[in-house]
Design a binder for this molecule. Structure first.
Ligand SMILES: [Cu+2]
Length: 223
């Protein structure tokens, strides 16, 4: 019975929490040996009847269930298939079961720090700023804004134009001769225009013909 020595070796070396698993597994192996060797070989008429057959099957089922369940309980989260296979290969059970438990714990603790470690998508520091500016056309219909000087931080710059007059206006943001963005041309409402700007000197003006020349323009300073 050198298989018994194989059974006892991991039991003595294993931690106490796995003892129920080895007891149940040992009982299962002992039962299998008993049925196959003692009864099966010496008694040719076995199983004698169906009740005896059912008794052997019932005891076998209970022992397999006990071995699998104790394997699952003592292995700390290993799947039932791993537990079932470890009952078949008893001697390698302690080394097989330890790695999955440790890898799952490091994986679960690793993910939260990974998600909190990168809160925002990569972007330049300047792009993080958002400036919101207000501009109004003359409410009496004169061709002028309420200011000729605006300033903003580099990044996303929004100018909201309020035009309470009956004359249609807009506001465009330009760098030199290049228009970077503009509101629609409208009257009796407020509409925004948003552009992303680096530090520098820009202009804003109304693109309705004649309005810029009449005075609807100003300087936009971005720092
Ligand atoms: Cu205008």
């Amino acid at each position: 019975m050198h298989t018994l020595a194989v059974q006892l070796a991991p039991i003595l070396g294993a931690e106490k929490s796995k003892v129920p698993f080895y007891i149940a597994g040992g009982l299962l192996v002992a039962w299998a040996l008993f049925v196959s060797l003692v009864i099966g070989m010496r008694r040719s008429d076995f199983p004698a009847d169906t009740s005896q057959q059912r008794g052997v099957m019932a005891i076998s089922a209970v022992l397999v269930l006990a071995a699998v369940s104790t394997a699952v309980l003592t292995s700390g989260g290993a799947s039932s298939s791993e537990a079932a296979s470890s009952t078949a290969t008893q001697s390698s059970a302690p080394t097989v079961e330890e790695p999955p438990a440790s890898t799952t714990s490091t994986a679960s603790t690793g993910t939260p720090t990974a998600t909190t470690g990168t809160p925002a998508p990569p972007s330049s520091p300047a792009a993080g700023n958002t400036s919101s500016l207000k501009l109004a056309a003359n409410p009496e219909g004169q061709l002028s804004y309420d200011t000729k000087q605006l300033s903003a931080k580099a990044g996303s710059v929004t100018i909201t134009l309020t035009n309470a007059s009956p004359v249609e206006h807009n506001v465009a943001i330009a760098e030199g001769a290049k228009v970077l963005g503009s509101t629609p041309t409208f009257a009796g409402a407020s509409k925004p225009v948003t552009v992303t700007l680096k530090p520098g000197k820009y202009t804003f003006y109304c693109t309705v013909p004649g309005h810029r020349q009449a005075g609807m323009e100003g300087a936009l300073s971005v720092s």
